[in-house]
Design a protein. Structure first.
Length: 78
């Protein structure tokens, strides 16, 4: 488990990458995504906010929004 803010940010960015990854062959299909990784992102963002690391949480949240929007845009529901 990440203990410092930098470790928590790194772990969250990895979880975002895991959560938003998809196979390019699945573009324009309703592909599965990693619910567990999205759960980790949520928990880690909550930990950053609870520890007062709002600027870091905002930066990570922007990464999530960008990658998540791209993921949705590549699916059939986008």
């Amino acid at each position: 488990m990440a203990t410092t803010p930098d470790e928590l940010v790194a772990a969250t960015r990895q979880a975002i990458a895991d959560a938003t990854a998809f196979d390019a062959r699945d573009i324009n299909r309703n592909f599965d995504y990693d619910y567990d990784a999205y759960g980790e992102v949520k928990r880690n963002l909550g930990r950053l906010v609870a520890s007062g690391q709002l600027r870091l949480a905002m930066q990570v949240a922007l990464d999530l929004m960008k990658r998540g929007s791209h993921q949705v845009g590549m699916s059939a529901t986008g």
